[in-house]
Design a protein around this ligand. Structure first.
Ligand SMILES: Cc1cc2nc3c(=O)[nH]c(=O)nc-3n(C[C@H](O)[C@H](O)[C@H](O)COP(=O)(O)O)c2cc1C
Length: 163
């Protein structure tokens, strides 16, 4: 390898990302985790992608047949919720969160800016992560009057928009 992992990370952390909570249903189990590696892929058919570390519980569940997932966009006042879905391990991450069920059965968060509910279209192993492409079955805008949560250079940020 021509660069170190630290060199790679130092560059990547300078790219600003939105923050999602990616939620999934696998048979009777629901799960969710914070994901910033999200991309829009194709409008026709409607495809999006999330990139998940193969060591995560989420990756194990996403490999099971029939698993569906949803991507919930976080608002600027939801850093605490983002941390909950990133760091809480033993507790139920959904315990203090209002959520419902979308068309695929995936859980969706009622206080997100918007969500996309997906069947898994394909998955692509890439190094120690996997790219999961989702085909969007349902989507909803819940609040378009709020600003998004942004993650940049190892911290949560807010957009500074001129009024
Ligand atoms: C701001 C932020 C962004 C994150 N983005 C990703 C990501 O894009 N992909 C990923 O696999 N993990 C990401 N994580 C880490 C996971 O949310 C975290 O490791 C989680 O506990 C994994 O859950 P699980 O192993 O229970 O599935 C992120 C964490 C934070 C705080």
């Amino acid at each position: 390898m021509s660069i170190t992992s630290e060199q790679f990370r130092r560059v990547l952390r300078l790219f600003p990302c939105g923050v999602t909570i990616t939620t999934l249903r696998c048979a009777d189990e629901i799960h969710g985790l914070t994901v910033s590696a999200f991309a829009s892929v194709s409008p026709e058919p409607p495809l999006i992608a999330v990139v998940i570390d193969n060591r995560h519980r989420a990756a194990e569940l996403l490999e099971q047949p029939g698993t569906s997932f949803a991507v919930n966009f976080m608002a600027e006042d939801q850093a605490e919720l983002s941390n909950r879905f990133a760091w809480v391990k033993d507790e139920d991450r959904f315990a203090e969160v209002a959520w419902g069920q979308a068309a695929t059965g995936a859980p969706v968060l009622e206080n997100a800016l918007a969500w996309l509910d997906c069947h898994i279209h394909s998955s692509h192993r890439a190094g120690d992560h996997t790219i999961y492409v989702g085909e969007v079955q349902a989507c909803r805008v819940l609040q378009d009057d709020k600003l998004p949560l942004v993650y940049w250079n190892q911290g949560y940020r807010k957009l500074d928009t001129p009024s």
